[in-house]
Design a protein around this ligand. Structure first.
Ligand SMILES: [Zn+2]
Length: 369
């Protein structure tokens, strides 16, 4: 009797703890996201902790939800710790509410996550604004063959001693190698008077000729930076220095896909998928005005449908899931600028400071002689 009594108490405590957590989830959803839970059963549920932002993929959540019955939709907003599920009938959503509440599932990193479900009147989500590529940006899918990818990938010797430390560097979030000119991270430019011996690797010649012929570039690049990113690595938001490089900046993705964020100075962010073997071409506004960055994380939010490959990640939350980062190497080609920048984006252009720098150098030379 006593044991039963104790068990009863223990269950009560757990129930109380669960109710507290469920109510907290409801409170947080209302306060931070404006999502109002209701106390009566509906077809729709908000699943707290079961979101892409929590490392839960569409596949994993579906696995748990499918056991409760057929669904109309599973909406997974990007970077949010919750999802919405709409069941075909109220009976099925009631079943999910009863069986999955407080249940543990394993996220994509193998960590345990406890789900808290609440009924909602409507699965609601504010759509993101602009959904178009930044002007001047192009993603060319399947630009090189798997054989060429392998050849380029294997041509990079990360372990070998190049005999010159300036060629290769381990940055905080990636490994880099420079050809043609060394890129100086302290001032984000190159020393135009000091080209590196050897120029660009010969292996790049045929591929550069192909891009010139196909019209993706008008000028042959003379500087190459090879970046290697491990999962969790990234590159901080930046605009390639105007005074250092010409208009066309191109980047070839090898080994693994990645999502690159493009940010307009007025606040719009566009997420662009760069599949492996794709070529990213940045010209005009996308090269001069928009910041680009790879956020250091282990997963990207991507389209779930098979037919989607490169380009913009839409905000269609019926079709989003997670993609695990792999090792990615990028070949970024640029042409060192000879004349001062004449772009029309003065708010982000360093033409003035670059010219002042040049004047100082001239004055110094005058005095020196
Ligand atoms: Zn400029």
């Amino acid at each position: 009797m006593n044991i039963n009594h104790k068990d009863g108490l223990k269950l009560n405590k757990m129930e109380k703890k669960f109710l507290r957590k469920q109510s907290k989830a409801r409170h947080v959803l209302l306060k931070h996201e404006g999502i109002l839970a209701v106390s009566y059963p509906t077809q729709s549920l908000v699943v707290a902790n079961g979101g892409l932002g929590n490392g839960v993929s569409r596949k994993q959540l579906l696995l748990a939800l499918e056991k409760c019955g057929p669904m109309e939709a599973l909406l997974m907003p990007p970077n949010k710790p919750y999802a919405f599920v709409v069941f075909k009938t109220i009976d099925k959503s009631k079943k999910a509410y009863a069986t999955l509440n407080g249940k543990e599932i394993i996220d994509d990193l193998g960590q345990k996550i406890i789900l808290y479900l609440n009924f909602v009147e409507k699965a609601q989500w504010k759509k993101l604004g602009l959904q178009a590529l930044p002007p001047g940006l192009l993603v060319v899918e399947e630009n090189i063959s798997s054989e060429d990818e392998k050849m380029l990938w294997e041509s990079v010797n990360w372990t070998g001693d190049t005999g010159n430390q300036n060629f290769q560097k381990s940055l905080k979030h990636r490994r880099v190698k420079h050809f043609g000119y060394e890129f100086h991270y302290e001032n984000n430019t190159v020393d135009k008077d000091k080209p590196l011996p050897g120029g660009l690797p010969d292996i790049c010649n045929s591929i550069l000729d192909k891009w010139l012929k196909e019209g993706y570039i008008k000028h042959k690049p003379d500087q190459l930076t090879i970046n290697q990113y491990e999962p969790g690595h990234g590159i901080p938001a930046h605009i390639d220095t105007h005074s250092a490089f010409e208009d066309e900046i191109i980047s070839l993705s090898l080994g693994s896909e990645i999502v690159m964020d493009f940010k307009h100075p007025e606040g719009v962010t566009v997420q662009v998928m760069l599949p492996r073997r794709s070529l990213l071409v940045m010209t005009g506004e996308s090269r001069y005005l928009w910041n680009h960055e790879i956020i250091p994380r282990k997963f990207d939010t991507v389209q779930a449908s098979e037919q989607f490959k490169g380009g913009i990640i839409t905000s269609d939350i019926r079709d989003l899931t997670l993609s695990k980062h792999g090792i990615r190497t990028s070949f970024r080609f640029r042409k060192v600028r000879c004349m001062p920048c004449n772009c029309s984006y003065s708010s982000v252009c360093d033409v003035l400071s670059a010219t002042v720098g040049l004047l100082h150098k001239c004055v110094f030379l005058l005095y020196a002689f």
